[in-house]
Design a protein around this ligand. Structure first.
Ligand SMILES: NC(=O)C1=CN([C@@H]2O[C@H](COP(=O)(O)OP(=O)(O)OC[C@H]3O[C@@H](n4cnc5c(N)ncnc54)[C@H](OP(=O)(O)O)[C@@H]3O)[C@@H](O)[C@H]2O)C=CC1
Ligand SMILES: C[C@H]1O[C@H](OP(=O)(O)OP(=O)(O)OC[C@H]2O[C@@H](n3cnc4c(=O)[nH]c(N)nc43)[C@H](O)[C@@H]2O)[C@@H](O)[C@@H](O)C1=O
Length: 316
């Protein structure tokens, strides 16, 4: 990409899309195109075709998707597989038909088998059964990866796929029914402190382990790989360190200053027991995460206080 390239960031108001826009702007890219969900429904092929015909973007970051935490994935499996298959199929195919120079597809580490050896390597894709709570979403993401790979093979496109670990940062989803664990716990501990509630409910047993990457780091990796990487093979994006949900809850409890008790609700699902990413390929490609979990948590809590805590939280 050069600074005047026309770049479409799909999903620019979301956690990832907004971070990619910040990174691009910071680095002088100024010819950016966006549409929000209301202006362009990416599940509608005719709208997608009209948009690509009009704008003719040269580069595409595909960060629009139906995204949610463990319970949302479990409760709305049909919506997760349908919307994601439609969005990515429409955008990938329209990018090919309109001569997009390069597209970056956002997958997720939930594409790897539930009991795959840890840390999870890129070559463990399709080597075992998926975690049931997010199988529909993971199947859609695997289809997206394979579409990119086979378009590259048949049509000579340059469509790359990156697999980020669990992410957090500005513009995260703080709705407790559909959010991921980290923003959910920021909101729960903050509200419990403000309301002097004696306990905070944390779902599951607290024993599952997850890895968390600050969204600005992910965006920086995405822009870096868009400029330097051209192969069909996946690249994991993470920090290479994990933490239990119990430890995460304790960290967020401290950051918010809450002094009550943590209660685990074991009627809620744990999901995958562990998701630790093998980042050796990413490091060999010349990129490393910069933000520690503690620093990222402080930044995320500050963002929540400034932008969300006094507002009505909308359901995504
Ligand atoms: N969050 C995470 O922990 C992880 C995310 N990822 C991947 O990163 C990508 C972005 O996720 P994230 O930023 O967290 O998600 P968000 O929910 O924060 O943002 C999703 C974006 O997609 C847009 N969108 C959703 N449906 C449509 C549609 N039908 N038409 C047009 N736009 C639509 C939304 O637009 P609008 O704002 O206008 O409604 C929103 O901007 C996804 O591919 C996800 O799988 C991967 C690993 C972890
Ligand atoms: C990014 C990734 O995200 C999802 O997978 P997940 O990592 O299992 O998601 P999660 O963040 O929702 O939960 C992580 C752990 O945390 C526990 N947990 C405790 N308390 C709360 C809580 O209050 N909310 C939530 N959501 N979880 C909680 C929860 O029970 C689980 O053990 C998929 O969408 C998947 O498709 C995907 O790609």
């Amino acid at each position: 990409m050069d600074v005047s390239s026309k770049i479409y960031v799909a999903g620019h108001r979301g956690l990832v899309g907004s971070a990619i826009v910040r990174d691009l702007k910071k680095n002088g890219y100024h010819n950016l195109v966006f549409r929000n969900h209301c202006e362009l429904d990416l599940t509608d092929r005719s709208q997608v075709d009209a948009f690509f015909n009009l704008e003719k973007p040269e580069y595409v970051f595909l960060a629009a998707a139906k995204v949610g935490g463990i319970v949302a994935n479990n409760d709305y499996p049909a919506d997760f597989i349908r919307d994601n298959l439609m969005i990515q199929t429409n955008v990938i195919d329209a990018s090919h038909k309109n001569g997009v120079k390069k597209l970056l597809f956002l997958g997720s580490t939930c594409i790897y088998p539930k009991y795959t050896p840890q840390p999870m390597r890129e070559d463990s894709l399709l080597t075992g059964e998926l975690e049931p709570t997010n199988e529909p979403y993971a199947i859609a993401k695997i289809a997206g990866i394979k579409m990119c790979e086979y378009y590259n093979k048949q049509y000579g496109t340059e469509f790359i796929s990156i697999m980020p670990t669990n992410l957090f940062g500005p513009n995260d989803n703080f709705d407790l029914n559909s959010s991921h664990v980290l923003p959910a716990l920021i909101r729960k501990f903050h509200e419990a402190k403000v309301n002097s509630s004696p306990t905070v409910e944390v779902w599951g047993t607290g024993t599952p382990r997850r890895e968390f990457l600050y969204s600005d780091d992910l965006a920086n990796a995405a822009v870096y790989l868009m400029n330097t990487y051209s192969k069909s093979e996946l690249v994991n994006i993470g920090v290479g360190k994990d933490i239990s949900i119990k430890e995460l809850a304790e960290k967020i409890k401290n950051i918010t200053g809450y002094e009550g008790e943590i209660r685990f609700n074991t009627s809620k699902p744990d999901g995958t027991p562990r998701k630790l990413v093998d980042v050796s390929k990413l490091h060999n490609l010349g990129w490393k995460a910069q933000t520690s979990l503690d620093d990222g948590l402080k930044l995320a809590y500050e963002w929540f206080l400034e932008n969300i805590s006094n507002e009505t939280i909308t359901v995504k």
